[in-house]
Every structure is written in C-alpha cells, then in structure tokens.
Design a protein around this ligand. Structure first.
Ligand SMILES: *Cc1c(COP(=O)(O)O)cnc(C)c1O
Length: 568
C-alpha cells in the first residue's frame, strides 16, 4: 500500500459510510459470494474514480465464501478459501465491543485502501473478531461469509451493523450518511437510534418520533431482493436472546415487524431514501411495500474493471476519456468494424487459452460461443437451453455452437447442486455435436474472462426474480450482445436486434414459453446473423457498447446515488 496507511488522511473528510455484508474488492480477496459483493466493489471503485468520499464497511471473512470443487459427474463439494489480511490490509488501533447474548464480543477493523484511477483513495474497514479477548467460538464470527445457521448469521449482522457503526465512531470518522447495501446491515440504524436517545439535548417530550426522523435523515437503503421470502429474517426467540441487552423486545418488534425480525422492514422503517436496483425491481418492491416510496437506481458495472485488455486499448485510442466518463461510449458505434472484431477476437482467444489451461478442452475460435455463468439455483434456469436436446442438436447441425458455463450452488441449495450435475450429463449427451464446458469455481476473474470472451451472453431467469443482474452489463461493455429473458436490467437494456435479443415477452406469463422462444431466436436471428452477416453482427456488438455500455456502468450509477440519495 501507498502513503502511511494511516487513518489520518481519511477521518477529516465528511463521508458516506457504505455498509455491505460482502464486497468484491479484488479477485485475490474472496470476501464476496456473487452479484451483491461485486456490485459493492464496483460501487467503491467508481466512487474512487469520481472522488466521492465513501468509507466501506464489511466483514473480513477470513475463510472467504467457499471454493467450489466438482467431481467428474458434477457433484459439488466446498472447501474454505482462506486469505491473508496482512498481505492487503493493516490492523487499526481501535477496538470496540458489541453485546451478543450475555457476552461482549470485541471487534477490531483492518484498513484496506482502494485507489481510484486518478489516485484518490477510499478506506474500507474489514471488521474482525479473531481477537485474543474473544472466546474461541466468537473468534470465528467473521470467518465464513454467509456461514451456516441463523444464529451465526444474526451474530455477524450484529458485528456488521452495530460493530461497524461503533468502529467508525471510535476511529473518529465524520459520517453524515449511512448507505445500507441490502438489509444485512440494518442493525446499524438501531445503533444510530440508540445514540440519538442517549444524547442529553434530545430529552425532548417528542422523544422517539423525532429520533426516528433523525435516523431516517441519515440512512438510505438499497434493496436487492424481489421476493419477500428472499429477505433476511430471524425468529424473535433468537433475536431476543442475542439482542436483549441492546434493545427491548417491544421496541424491536415495533420497528422490525411483529412476526419476525425482518431486516428489510427494519431498513425501510429507518431509511429516508429507499431504492431498488432496476426499474422493474423498484416497481415490484413498491408493490410489496406500498407504505414506502421505492425509487429506482439501476445497477451498473465498473468500466475499467470489466473491460478486457484488447477493448480497453481500443477505447483508449478511439474514445479517450471513457474511463472517467463512460457516457462517451455512446460514440462506440463509430468504431471501425475490423477494429472491434479484432479486439473481440483477442478477448475470445484469451478465453480459449484459459479454458485449455483450466480443463484441457480446446474450443474453436470460429464457432459461435454462448456463455452462461451465475449462481446455480433453480430460478436462474441454467438448464433451460437443454430443455429440448433434439431441437438444440438440430440447430447446431446447421449453425455450430459451443457453450461455456460456470457457477457455484449455495452449499445448502440441493436443487442448485442437482442442476450442475444435470449440466454435466448434458456434456455427455451432446458430446461430438456441441462442446460444453463447465468451469469450476466461478469468481471475478472467471467472470471477467467469460463476459468478454464469448460471443453471446445468455440469461434465462424466471420473471420477476432477477432484481437486476450485472454480468450481462459486463458483456455489453465488451461488445458481447445479450440473449436474455426480459427481466431485471435487460427490460431497460434490450433493443431488439440492436443491443441484443429478448427471450420471450415481458411478464411472468411468458415464463413457460421461454425454451421455445430461446431456440427460435438462436435459429432464426442470432446464429444466422453471426455466420452469414459479419457487418450486421458487428453492428449489434457496437450497439451493445454504445447503447448499453455507456449507460449500465457504475459511474452513472454513482452519479445517480450522489445526486438523488447522498445529497437530499
Ligand atoms: C458479475 C458477477 C456476478 C453477478 O452476475 P449476475 O448476472 O447478477 O448473476 C456474480 N458473480 C461473479 C463472480 C461476477 O463476476
């Protein structure tokens, strides 16, 4: 790290504290599991480029999420993925404690410094309970991202929310706004509420009402989950046991709902600004929570991070300034066809080389390559493409295809794990006809390689379950058109035949016809264009960059957060 690693340079600037259970800081640091963490990382990277004064707060997750191991039939097992904080971060002096059941758990933060393209630095605090003051079990609270069991999770959320707020205070950070990225950190708002109550000048007769109003002024909340069941919730039996010394059961119920401790409800109640992560997602959330106003700030991806080297060189040459102002990519449709094709071909060769190194399979550079990588879980339907093998084979006879896939299933997601095994069976069924590669251990590096190196990026979730999705945005930035169900960001990004192609219509009624729609698109539009009309294909590639890449980036997203949410 540069400079003195001292906090001094950071604590005098008023900041927005950005809380997230996971942050994808870099691929060497496995403190993320998927889209939420990658988005948090892109948020901080764009803030650093744009010199927006944030401070990130997250757990250190010493054992990472997990490393995915697949046997020959695609059965997943999980290994810890430990990392060495001392290689990347420095421990900070302050120690604070948080009450958990009848004990105090001590928390110390490490400082990771994230540097933007012009050298502007953003501090990220990694909260750690692996301290000699703590009992052995408590030393492991910040080990495993999304570890097993409700008690472990709620304890982590106490450390993140309450511990994070206390750490910022102990280190003398000057925080004017708290941004909760998903509900995991909602307890921080309770800590702010508690502070307000204990301030002597706030012993006014209005009491609680004005306290809540004051916390709402300080807090904003970004929700990421379009279904109630997906929201983080805990039984009150557990919550009361762990938190009785922190908040009274009656007050907790008043703020977080009567049935269960619902982190989304709590965050909504105590935030003055609430947003969903795409337009459709905000509408769905608005219906779920009619008593709140849910704004929409559509996600984006960090341009410098997710653009492959050959395309970076091309953009630097043809669209100087795109790194700071990706809106300039709107001019990408003026890039000469041979130059974008050449840059993409290099990115594709990098993927082919990496696939060969990773699993010994040699893909063909001339063959249309479909990519699909995301968490393996039922609603994402990674097997939709294989619904009718007869039809898929018939298409491939005429228009050759190869498929590259990746994705982890959550260790408890039995159906998700079965899907990986099913895809491995497909590999056998299709062999000789279609090369299908499943690369183990999907992570940021693999995401980068896949979204830039394939020819078409596929996404086939059940509507309306994809809140946003961001991997397709990475593809667009790299001139890789999307072929996707109209859900999440793609309802905003899809211009048929211009930026890519839709699978089926919008609305959940269309879910049942998607396999047919997917095959028809491949057969009638996507593959014929790829094989018979290079100029037309390149126009779609450039359309993806110019009409999707210029907008669905995290610089635009952060400028929106700054003007709509941070400055209110
Ligand atoms: C971008 C990314 C994601 C999120 O992609 P989705 O389209 O939202 O599934 C998840 N995991 C990794 C490793 C990524 O790079």
């Amino acid at each position: 790290m540069t400079r003195s690693n001292s906090l001094e340079q950071f604590v005098h600037t008023p900041r927005i504290a950005y809380f997230s259970m996971e942050i994808g800081l870099r691929s060497e640091i496995p403190t993320y599991s998927g889209g939420l963490g990658v988005l948090a990382g892109d948020t901080l990277r764009s803030a650093a480029d744009l010199k927006i004064p944030l401070v990130g707060v997250t757990l250190i997750s010493r054992q990472g999420h997990f490393r995915q191991v697949l046997d020959v039939s695609g059965r997943q097992s999980e290994l810890p993925e430990p990392w060495q904080p001392e290689h990347w971060a420095v421990p900070l002096p302050a120690k604070i404690s948080v009450p958990v059941a009848d004990r105090d758990v001590w928390v110390q933060a490490w400082l990771y410094v994230l540097t933007g393209s012009s050298g502007y630095e953003i501090p990220v605090l990694l909260l750690d309970t692996d301290l000699p003051e703590n009992a052995p079990a408590d030393r492991r609270i910040t080990d495993q991202l999304y570890g097993d069991g409700a008690e472990y999770r709620l304890t982590q959320e106490i450390v993140l929310g309450i511990g994070g707020a206390r750490t910022l205070q102990a280190l003398d950070f000057h925080v004017h706004t708290y941004h909760m990225n998903e509900g995991h950190s909602a307890l921080l708002a309770l800590e702010l509420l508690r502070r307000g109550k204990h301030r002597p000048e706030r012993q006014d007769p209005l009491g609680e009402v004005s306290d809540v109003a004051q916390v709402r002024e300080q807090c904003l909340f970004t929700t990421h989950t379009p279904i109630e069941a997906g929201h983080d919730q805990f039984d009150y039996g557990l919550a009361d046991r762990l938190m009785a010394r922190f908040i009274s059961p009656s007050e907790l119920r008043r703020l977080a709902g009567n049935q269960r401790l619902n982190m989304t409800r709590l965050a909504l109640r105590l935030s003055g600004y609430v947003n969903g992560v795409a337009k459709t997602h905000a509408e769905v959330s608005q219906q779920m929570f009619p008593e709140y106003h849910v704004h929409a700030i559509t996600n984006g991806v960090h341009p410098g991070t997710w653009t492959a080297q050959p395309l970076q060189r091309l953009f630097d040459q043809r669209i100087p300034g795109w790194r700071y102002e990706p809106d300039l990519l709107v001019r990408a449709d003026q890039i000469p066809a041979n130059e974008i094709w050449e840059a993409h071909s290099l990115a594709k060769l990098q993927l082919i080389e990496s696939v060969r190194e990773r699993c010994g399979i040699v893909l063909d550079a001339q063959t249309a390559t479909l990519g699909f990588a995301r968490r393996m879980t039922a609603y994402k339907r990674p097997d939709l493409l294989f619904s009718d093998l007869h039809r898929l084979r018939r298409i491939a006879e005429r228009w050759p295809i190869q498929i590259v896939m990746a994705g982890k299933a959550h260790p408890k997601d039995v159906a998700g794990k079965a899907l990986i095994e099913r895809i491995f069976q497909m590999k056998q069924e299709l062999s000789g006809m279609i090369t299908l590669v499943f690369l183990p251990n999907y992570d940021m590096q693999l995401g980068h390689l896949l979204t830039s190196g394939v020819d078409v990026w596929l996404n086939t979730p059940l509507r309306p379950l994809e809140a946003s999705g961001t991997s397709g945005m990475k593809a667009a930035l790299n001139g890789v058109p999307n072929l996707s169900v109209l859900d999440g960001w793609w309802t905003e990004g899809c211009i048929e035949g211009v930026t890519g192609w839709a699978v089926g219509n919008s609305g959940a009624e269309a879910n049942g016809q998607d396999a047919d729609a997917l095959y028809t698109q491949l057969e009638d539009n996507v593959l014929p264009l790829y094989y018979t009309d290079r100029a037309g294909w390149v126009r779609v590639m450039l359309g993806a960059i110019a009409k999707n890449g210029y907008f669905f980036n995290s610089h635009r997203m952060m400028r929106r957060y700054a003007t709509a949410a941070y400055i209110r």
